[in-house]
Design a protein around this ligand. Structure first.
Ligand code: HSE
Length: 331
C-alpha cells in the first residue's frame, strides 16, 4: 500500500487533536482511501509538553524548510494559528509542490487571493474546510454537492464562544460578564476573548464564505463588524418580547444590482427560524441557492477532534486526486 506522508506545522491544541484523530481512526481512513497516512515531521518548539498522543522526538523539526524541502512529503497541514508566519509557510509549502490544508481562518481570510494563486500556479490543492464551522462539513459541500447553485445569501452562526455567551444570557438570565466568565471556565472562551466577542473571528469566516460562495473577496478588516460585548440583559429580554433571540450573525446577501451587502453583528432572529435553535457553543451556516433553496449546515464549530475530523476529511479529499496505485499492486 502506498503511503501519504504529511508534514504538520504546529502541535498545539488543534494539532494534537488532529494527530489524535488520525491515531483513533487510522484503520478506517486508510481502508477508505487505499493508502497509509502518516504524519512524518512536525514543526513545533514545545517538544516536552504533556500530550495524550504517541510522538517520537525524531518527528520534531525546528526548521520549517526540513518539511518544505523533503521530497517525500505530499501534504503540509498548517495548524499554527495567527496570520504570520502561517500564511508565508503555506505559500512556501505550495511553491515546494506540497498540497496544503489548514484550519487557520485568520491566515486564510487575510491572504485568500495570495494563497489561491499559489495553489493554482504550483498545481497543488489548498483546502481549508476546518477554517469555517470547525467540524461541520460546509465549505466542501457548498463547493461540490451544491456547486451548481447561484448563491444569493449566507447567514452564519460561526463563532461558538459568542453563541454560548448569548445562549447563557438568554436561557439563564446571566449578564454579559457572568456569561463570559462561565464560557472561560468551561473552555469556550479564551483568557483574552477580544477576537471572539468583538466579532473579528466571525468576520474572518464570513470573508472565506463570501469568497467561496460569491467569488468576491473582501478583506476581513473591511467587513463592518459589531461584537456582542454591548449586549445587555435588557436587550435579550426585549428580543424575547418580540419572539426573537439575539445571535451574532455573519451575513452576506446579493442585491438586485449584483452588489453584495455584508456585515457581522448581533441580530434579532425569529424563534421559528432554524438558526434560533442553534444553542450553546454550536455553529450553523444557512445558505440560499437558486436551485436548492435553503440549506443549513449544523454542528460543532470548534474543538480538537471535530476540527481534526475536518482536517482529515481534507486529507482524504486530496488523496482522491493522488496517484495511489502501488507499483507492486499494478504489476
Ligand atoms: N474561537 C472560535 C469559536 C474557535 O469560538 O468559534 C473556532 O474557530
Amino acid at each position: 500500500m502506498k503511503e501519504i506522508k504529511i508534514g504538520l506545522l504546529g502541535l498545539g491544541n488543534i494539532g494534537t487533536g488532529t494527530y489524535k484523530a488520525l491515531e483513533m481512526n487510522r484503520d478506517i481512513i486508510e481502508k477508505k482511501i487505499g493508502a497509509k497516512v502518516n504524519i512524518v515531521k512536525i514543526l513545533e518548539k514545545d517538544i516536552d509538553r504533556e500530550r495524550d498522543i504517541t510522538v517520537s522526538r525524531e518527528q520534531f523539526v525546528s526548521d520549517p524548510e526540513d518539511i518544505f524541502s523533503d521530497p517525500e512529503i505530499d501534504i503540509v497541514i498548517e495548524l499554527l494559528g495567527g496570520v504570520e508566519p502561517a500564511a508565508t509557510f503555506m505559500e512556501r509549502a505550495m511553491k515546494s509542490g506540497k498540497h496544503v490544508i489548514t484550519a487557520n481562518k485568520a491566515a486564510v481570510a487575510a491572504n485568500y487571493p495570495r494563497l489561491m494563486k499559489a495553489a493554482e500556479e504550483n498545481n497543488v490543492q489548498f483546502k481549508f474546510e476546518a477554517s469555517v464551522g470547525g467540524g461541520i462539513p460546509v465549505l466542501n459541500p457548498l463547493d461540490c454537492g451544491a456547486r451548481a447553485n447561484d448563491y444569493t445569501e449566507v447567514l452564519g452562526i460561526v463563532n461558538g464562544t459568542t453563541n454560548y455567551i448569548l445562549h447563557k444570557m438568554s436561557t439563564e438570565g446571566m449578564d454579559y460578564d457572568t456569561a463570559l466568565k462561565d464560557a472561560q471556565e468551561k473552555g469556550f472562551a479564551e483568557a483574552d476573548p477580544t477576537a471572539d466577542v468583538e466579532g473579528i473571528d466571525a468576520a474572518n469566516k464570513l470573508s472565506i464564505l463570501m469568497a467561496l460562495l460569491f467569488g468576491k473577496y473582501v478583506h476581513p478588516d473591511d467587513i463592518p463588524t459589531t461584537g456582542i460585548s454591548g449586549i445587555t440583559k435588557e436587550k435579550i429580554e426585549e428580543a424575547k418580547e418580540n419572539d426573537c433571540v439575539i445571535k451574532l450573525i455573519a451575513h452576506a446577501t446579493v442585491r438586485e444590482d449584483g452588489d453584495i451587502d455584508y456585515e457581522v453583528r448581533p441580530t434579532y432572529i425569529r424563534t421559528y427560524h432554524p438558526l434560533a435553535g442553534v444553542l450553546e457553543e454550536y455553529n450553523a451556516v444557512y445558505v440560499k441557492g437558486n436551485l436548492v433553496g435553503k440549506l443549513m449546515f449544523y454542528g460543532p464549530g470548534a474543538g480538537p477532534l471535530p476540527t481534526g475530523s475536518a482536517v482529515l476529511g481534507d486529507v482524504m479529499e486530496i488523496a482522491k486526486t493522488m496517484d495511489l496505485q502501488d507499483t507492486a499492486d499494478a504489476e
